[in-house]
Design a protein around this ligand. Structure first.
Ligand SMILES: *[C@@H]1O[C@H](CO)[C@@H](O)[C@H](O)[C@H]1NC(C)=O
Ligand SMILES: *[C@@H]1O[C@H](CO)[C@@H](O)[C@H](O)[C@H]1NC(C)=O
Ligand SMILES: *[C@@H]1O[C@H](CO)[C@@H](O)[C@H](O)[C@H]1NC(C)=O
Length: 414
């Protein structure tokens, strides 16, 4: 009964919209305003035109964000939150439409804009990159993981030597200023480290970052950037990798990386190097074990890396490789066996590196420094260049918006 009634009501509404006379005109909304509510976030608001007649038709709005490519929304409400970089200014337009008709006739547009903040664009921080990393949080059982954030940038070409830069991030409704900076030769802040942030280790929201600044000699233009977490997350390598040989059976096990993502969220790549033949076996799996039968008795060297699988998050980069683990023995040189035990890791690393070079990989790529919590600010200077090669270098800017439901808007909608 109820569905029939709804269908009937819908039909009546459509009919009403369809039979609207030609002289029915749509008037643009009034009092359109854009307000900055927090870092890289604005609130767009307008009111229905007081002279708009309805004749039973339901009105809606077509909102167009110029950011700078157009981004269009058709909505019923008269308020909208939106996330965008604001250092170039921000503008948007809105017009009235008929909610039940597609394509709908529309009123004229009304527009509003935020001016770009003061300061020449050349004074802004440039080449801002950020990376996140998850560590176990031993202090709080309620939050077993903490996410750290590291960002680096360069001073703008037109920034006076006495410029000082400051970095802020916003994740959700939480905004925080950096307290651990490192500096360039002119003592300008050019990198920042947050050992703990409010970022959710499994989060999907964009991370907003702003570097603004001040100088006694010039206005410094702020620089904003929205990062997608999956693009900047530097995933930890798998832990406790062990490899065992029994006859020709080679068995490898490991643990999921330190991460808020559970067991089922991981893809792994296992590489097995043979000392005798020099061949490389590459396997992909979602399990935390890998078993294989090898053709001859030799010394084998194993490394594993991990990535969050697309079932749990948009695909990001692979982790670094785990520390190489050796197993098996080289029959031809039994006298070296005693040596292989204490030196196995080093020999294994050397083997992986030499094979890596032969197959076109560079050893440093295979074994980049394993990311870990850093508390020493001096460390940061050393990591700046390395950060630049990280995935945070991708220039894509994520524009996302908060789709507010009517319940949460009660105090905002008029
Ligand atoms: C629009 O803003 C003006 C000035 O603030 C105000 O007087 C007017 O009532 C507003 N219009 C509506 C429809 O709210
Ligand atoms: C910023 O990055 C661009 C492109 O990678 C590069 O050409 C430029 O030199 C960098 N600027 C600074 C100040 O490092
Ligand atoms: C930088 O931005 C933050 C956050 O938007 C703001 O609180 C702060 O006053 C700004 N500082 C300068 C020097 O503009």
């Amino acid at each position: 009964m109820a569905p029939t009634l709804l269908v009937l009501l819908g039909a009546v509404a459509i009919l009403r919209a369809d039979v609207l006379p030609d002289d029915f005109s749509l008037l643009p909304p009034v009092n359109f305003t854009i307000t900055v509510t927090s870092l890289a976030q604005v609130l767009l608001r307008w009111k229905p035109n007081p002279d708009q007649e309805c004749r039973g038709a339901q009105l809606g709005y077509h909102l167009r964000i110029h950011a700078p490519q157009d981004d269009d929304y058709e909505i019923k409400y008269t308020v909208r939150k939106y996330e965008a970089v604001l250092h170039r200014g921000f503008s948007a337009s809105v017009r009235t439409i008929l909610w039940e008709r597609r394509p709908s006739p529309a009123s004229h547009w009304v527009s509003a804009q935020l001016k770009a903040p003061p300061g020449s664009p050349g004074t802004s921080a440039v080449n801002l990159t950020c990376t996140t990393n998850t560590a176990a949080n031993s202090h709080a059982a309620s939050r077993p993981y903490r996410v750290s954030l590291h960002c680096a940038w360069h001073a703008g070409k037109e920034a006076p030597p006495d410029t000082q830069y400051f970095l802020y991030y916003r994740y959700g409704s939480w905004t925080e200023e950096c307290r651990q900076y490192s500096q360039d030769a002119l003592k300008r802040n050019v990198a920042c480290w947050f050992p703990t942030t409010s970022i959710d280790g499994k989060g999907q929201d964009a991370l907003a970052v702003r570097v603004n600044g001040s100088s006694p000699h010039a206005a410094i233009r702020p620089y904003d950037r929205l990062f997608a977490l999956h693009e900047i997350d530097r995933v930890n390598p798998p832990g406790n990798v062990t490899a065992e040989m029994e006859g020709t059976h080679l068995s490898v096990r490991w643990q999921k990386p330190v991460s808020a993502f559970p067991e089922h969220c991981w893809d792994y790549e296992v590489r097995i190097y043979s000392a005798r033949k020099g061949y490389v076996q590459v396997e992909n799996t979602t399990a935390t074990t890998f078993n294989t039968t090898v053709s001859d008795v030799s010394r084998y060297c194993v490394v594993v890396r991990a990535a969050v699988s697309f079932t749990c998050r948009e695909q990001g980069a692979w982790s670094a490789w785990s520390r190489p683990t050796g197993t098996g023995k080289d029959e031809q040189k039994p006298w070296t066996e005693w040596l292989l035990v204490p030196l196995s890791a080093a020999l294994c690393a050397a083997l992986v590196c030499s094979l890596g070079r032969r197959t076109g990989h560079v050893c440093t790529k295979l074994f980049p420094p394993v990311p870990g919590p850093k508390s020493d600010i001096g460390d940061l200077v050393g990591t700046v260049n390395y950060e630049k090669t990280g995935s945070g270098e991708t220039e894509s800017e994520v524009i996302s918006y908060v789709d507010e439901g009517p319940e949460t808007l009660e105090d905002l909608v008029f």
